[in-house]
Write a protein that binds this ligand. Structure first.
Ligand code: PLP
Length: 374
């Protein structure tokens, strides 16, 4: 895969060398069961504890915060939503499908969606108005940053007002945690996943401000303080922790590097492809993400396939929805028509991408999209 140009980091990221090294070490040297009270068990427990501390440090968690390792963000989201008491849930159409599907399984939850602005931003006051417009909600779910557009939501403006109303807040920070500091006070439930920040797939976390007030999601041997039974996947957790450490040390400088690359890429593409558009303008956005609408006459699926044949990986929307013909719910919520949505490409960069890569991508996309128009 050395010739591949990977520009789909919001789908998943390559595993960082530091994470790979930590995983190999955990597999070869720390293979004990972390619950065993002997030397082999203690060595594995030390790996899990170290990773937990690194991840809590990465998110600047408050003292007393509890981190439960899960199989990923999907599981953490399911845990919180399946545990909510019956009642109103206020959320957005922008959330990951796990939020909507987990809520849909509960016939005793009434889901209400707050209106989204045209640039994909959620107005905090509008959300709070919706909260106040009926019985007190049992849960509010609002993601920190969107996987398709990169738009960052005003979580900082929600935490205190919701706490004052005693309404619990679930924040999916899967896309934000590896890319920007979490610039908000800790919500009741914070969701993370390792594979969006240079860690392995199949491990994530649910972080609560204190001891979790939820029933266990999986019962059995009582691991993870009784919150999530099952022997911990020590190598995956080690990789998550090592990636978190790298993120903490480099996130700031990576963010400004990627921001400059993204701005230059957008400028050149808008110039080379008249009639194209950047989505999410005017809203704070993840520095690595460009949601780009191709000119009329193009489809992102055809352009994406042509880029793929050229060794360039991008996405034509949320990766979880690929293969589905329906327009993205996120773009629809932003007032984008089905035809316009069919022209949206998502380009999401990461640590491996250089200015040279982006120059090559701009050139290839300009030629391919120019060449494909009638
Ligand atoms: N939340 C967001 C915003 C995501 O982008 C994703 C991944 O696509 C998920 C949740 C699901 O994460 P996981 O793959 O860890 O279940």
């Amino acid at each position: 895969m050395s010739d591949m140009l990977y520009l789909d980091h919001n789908a998943t990221t390559p595993v960082l060398p530091e994470a790979q090294e930590a995983m190999v070490k955990a597999v070869s040297e720390c293979w004990g069961n972390p619950s065993s009270s002997h030397a082999a068990g203690r060595a594995a427990r030390a790996v899990v504890d170290k990773a937990r501390r690194a991840i809590l440090e990465m998110i600047d968690a408050e003292r007393g915060a509890q981190l439960t390792f899960t199989s990923g963000a999907t599981e953490a989201i399911n845990h919180v939503i399946s545990s909510a008491p019956a009642g109103r849930v206020i959320t957005t159409a922008l959330e990951h499908v796990a939020v909507h599907e987990a809520a849909a399984r509960r016939s005793d939850l009434t889901v209400e969606l707050v209106e989204v602005e045209e640039n994909g931003h959620v107005d905090a006051l509008r959300l709070l108005d919706l909260v106040d417009a009926g019985d007190s909600p049992v849960l509010v779910c609002c993601m920190a940053a969107n996987n398709e557009t990169g738009v960052v939501q005003p979580i900082g403006e929600l935490v205190r007002p919701l706490r004052a109303r005693e309404v619990p807040l679930l924040v999916d920070a899967s896309q934000m945690a590896g890319r920007l500091n979490l610039n908000f006070e800790p919500p009741d439930y914070l969701v993370l996943t390792a594979h969006k920040l240079g860690g392995p797939k199949g491990v994530g976390a649910l972080v609560t401000r204190g001891p979790a007030d939820l029933p266990p999601f999986i019962v059995g041997g009582g691991q993870e303080s009784g919150m999530r039974a099952g022997t911990e996947p020590v190598p995956a957790i080690a990789g998550f922790g090592a990636a978190a450490q790298v993120v903490l040390e480099t996130r700031h400088e990576e963010a400004s590097r990627l921001w400059s690359l993204r701005e230059a890429m957008a400028k050149h593409l808008l110039h080379r492809l008249p009639g194209s558009r950047v989505l999410g303008l005017g809203a704070p956005r993840l520095p690595n993400t460009l949601s780009f609408m191709l000119p009329e006459g193009q489809t992102s699926s055809a352009v994406k396939a042509a880029l793929d044949a050229d060794g360039i990986c991008v996405s034509a929307g949320s990766s979880c929805h690929e293969g589905h013909a329906a327009p993205s719910a996120v773009l629809t919520a932003m007032g984008i028509s089905a035809e316009e949505a069919s022209r949206v490409l998502r380009i999401s960069m990461g640590r491996v991408n250089t200015a040279e890569d982006i120059g090559h991508f701009v050139e290839r996309l300009s030629v391919l999209a120019g060449g494909l128009s009638a």
